[in-house]
Design a protein. Structure first.
Length: 247
């Protein structure tokens, strides 16, 4: 494959991966606590190209090396629901999943049939001691900014809120949940973060910005397609010229 076609094909592949990330951001623009993903570009040099003769320039291809998540604070919106909780500041709620602790900023919680505070997916929310939180569904629920839950004037439990020294170590696992290797990145208490009752954190995705990026990526995609077409036409012309000379 000639350098022009090869570079254009690599660019198209990178733009397709960017479109996947952008489409996911747009699809989750209304999901509480969602954090936007972005791509990090780099240039790839194959081992064959790296071994090219001295004095020549090896062909490099654009690739999406990795994606990164923007953990910027989203806007807090009022819902009035007593079990809708939002975090104002850095940190995550901790939930118990079958595969171990997972972390989320989606505070749209509910009570199970047994009275446990849980996520929409049915994962129990941890208290400050790592235990499930059991509440009385017949009593009003009050949540203080430090996460302390009270019913009938009695303190029931304190919701566990943690943070990480390096948030880039967190990996998305779907439905606004994050997971991390706790052996290498243990959580620390998020003491400066406040819990807001009756509110949810909106996604930090910007629909207008996403629309602009979508148009730009599509234009880049079309340009790269034209470059591939030009490369193919040049190759065809070269083959036809060689055929005329040798005939």
């Amino acid at each position: 494959m000639d350098p022009l076609t090869s570079a254009a094909a690599g660019g198209i592949r990178a733009r397709l991966e960017s479109l996947d990330l952008l489409a996911n951001n747009i699809a989750n623009a209304s999901a509480p606590g969602y954090k936007t993903d972005h791509e990090f570009y780099n240039l790839y040099v194959s081992s064959e190209a790296a071994d090219s003769p001295s004095g020549t320039t090896p062909t490099t291809l654009p690739v999406v090396e990795r994606q990164w998540t923007d953990f910027a604070q989203g806007t807090l919106t009022s819902t009035g629901g007593p079990l809708d909780l939002a975090l104002n500041g850095a940190g995550f709620f901790v939930a118990n999943s079958p595969s171990g602790p997972i972390f989320t900023r989606d505070g749209s919680f509910r009570l199970s049939a047994q009275g446990q505070l849980e996520t929409e997916a049915g994962y129990a929310i941890q208290d400050s001691s790592g235990n499930p939180i059991v509440l009385d569904a017949s009593e009003p629920i009050e949540v203080a900014p430090d996460g302390t839950i009270q019913q009938a004037g009695q303190g029931i439990a304190q919701i566990k809120v943690v943070d990480f020294k390096d948030s880039s170590a967190l990996a998305k696992r779907g439905s606004n949940y994050f997971q991390v290797d706790l052996a290498t990145m243990p959580p620390v208490p998020a003491t400066q973060t406040q819990v807001a009752q009756g509110k949810l954190e909106a996604a930090n995705a910007q629909p207008a910005e996403s629309a602009v990026r979508l148009v730009n990526i599509m234009r880049q995609f079309e340009t790269l397609q034209k470059a591939m077409t030009i490369g193919n036409e040049m190759n065809r012309s070269a083959i036809q010229d060689v055929a005329k000379v040798t005939s």
